[in-house]
Design a protein around this ligand. Structure first.
Ligand code: EPU
Length: 419
């Protein structure tokens, strides 16, 4: 029997929980190890399936990967491969993050085209156009993107719209390029600033990361460094929602509250009482929330990665709310599953209308992608009757470190079965 998560809801969560390192910061940081001949030590690396996949990919490329339990050492001194095969890229799109570093360090890369996924088409044309602007020759063959350049040249790159991994890929490529690269309309997510801080500690010269304009002055080589991965703002937002939907009182430790401004603003508007200090957030809920609309946007807007979780919260709100998804066209796979639990949600294209209901009831449901799984967990915790049984939980394990155990430590009746 495949592994499932079982939840008996209706229990207010209480206590303290520590945020893990951020998946979407750890993955580009791991890829950055390819840029140097020497050791990159990363601390606070979350134990996730996606991290394991990136590790397998780096090992395939010849990177020596050592360590467990949060600290890993990556050494690409004898990396000798330059291809990211289909099998790995198809299970994790973030594999495309090796494209920039491979071309920058070895002058060539062959990376399987990621293709579509459950949440949308997700092309990588902006990554490719930017590499071409830096002098790379790029072509497609047999489902692979192949890029080649003797040495990349600094360029002025104007992204038609921000792309997170695109900005990261080009920032990593520009670090070893000849001359200065300016990225305009760059993505501003905190994970990008985290990557830049790590690269600068390795000897890179990057300014402006975290703003829409990033300047990188190329250097000839990087030096070994140790870097601590930033906390996971999406995991933290998920715990705030868990406190809200269960009427609990949860303090999240080791976080950066400034990364969650848009999320906190909407959660407070919904009626969750939030208190925060330098590196903690306390969220207390009534279990019943007010209807609040959201529109997902690139950072500093409301993150698409919190949309599904916020929608779960809104299913038990007083009133009618709308959710506009502007980043990924198909990111509503959680809707039919939430409806099976008694939610009232109607969908038209990129807009969902949620009519708050009196209660949700537990049901067998299926996880379809990472954040959709988290929204089902929240709905299960908020369900006042019945048992929720979530299948295909490998999606959850891709991006949440021990979510079920952490929620259980807050008093949630949640456990795993099967497997
Ligand atoms: N886009 C293009 N062309 C490109 C690149 C992007 O059309 O060359 C489009 C995408 O299809 C999408 C939009 O631009 O509609 C923004 O996509 P972006 O490139 O910013 O997304 P990403 O880099 O592939 C990262 C995160 C996602 C997160 C998005 C948006 C990582 C490893 N992944 O993806 O995380 O949803 O940014 O914030 O950082 C998740 O953690 O659940 C997750 C999906």
């Amino acid at each position: 029997m495949p592994e499932r998560v079982i939840i008996e809801g209706g229990v207010p969560l209480r206590g303290e929980v520590t945020a893990s390192g951020a998946k979407n910061a750890a993955l580009p940081l791991m890829a950055a190890s390819l840029l140097l001949s020497g050791e990159l030590i990363l601390e606070n690396v979350p134990g996730l399936r996606d991290v394991m996949t990136m590790r397998r990919l780096l090992e395939h490329l010849g990177v020596r990967c050592q360590g467990e339990n949060g600290t890993i050492s990556l050494d690409a001194s004898s990396a000798d491969m330059w291809d990211a095969p289909y099998d790995l890229v198809k299970t994790m799109r973030a594999s495309v993050l090796v494209l920039g570093p491979l071309v920058a360090r070895f002058g060539r890369a062959r990376v399987s085209q990621p293709g579509g996924c459950a949440i949308g088409a997700r092309p990588i044309n902006r990554h490719i156009e930017a590499l071409e602007a830096m002098g790379a020759t790029v072509w497609l063959e047999h489902g692979y993107v192949v890029a080649q350049a003797d040495r990349l040249k600094g360029a002025e790159i104007l992204f038609e719209a921000p792309t997170v991994t695109g900005t990261e890929n080009i920032m990593m490529a520009a670090v070893l390029a000849d001359g200065e690269t300016t990225m305009i309309n760059a993505a501003m997510e905190p994970e990008i600033a985290d990557l830049a801080d790590a690269l600068n500690s390795m000897g890179a010269r990057i300014e402006g990361a975290g703003t829409g304009e990033i300047r990188v002055t190329g250097v000839t080589s990087l030096v070994p460094a140790t870097y601590r991965v930033m906390p996971d703002r999406i995991e933290i937002g998920t715990y705030i929602a868990a406190a809200g939907i269960t009427g609990g009182d949860v303090t999240i430790l080791k976080c950066v509250p400034g990364h969650l401004k848009a999320v906190i603003e909407r959660m407070e508007k919904a009626g969750i009482v939030i208190d925060k200090g330098k590196d903690w957030i306390r969220a207390a809920g009534e279990g019943r929330n007010s209807a609040v609309d959201i529109i997902t946007d690139p950072y500093p807007g409301f993150p698409t990665d919190m949309q599904a979780q916020f929608m779960a919260l809104m299913t038990l709100s007083d009133g009618i709310s709308t959710v506009m998804e502007t980043i990924f066209e198909h990111r509503f796979m959680h809707v039919p599953e939430l409806c099976r639990m008694g939610a009232d949600v109607t969908l038209s294209e990129r807009r969902a209308v949620i009519r708050g209901v009196k209660g949700l009831s537990g049901a067998p449901v299926m996880a379809t992608d990472l954040r959709a799984s988290a929204s089902l967990v929240l709905a299960g915790l908020g369900a006042s009757e019945g048992v929720t049984e979530i299948s295909r939980i490998y999606h959850l394990d891709r991006g949440y470190e021990k979510l079920d155990e952490k929620l259980a430590s807050l008093g949630g009746r949640i456990w795993r079965t099967g497997g």
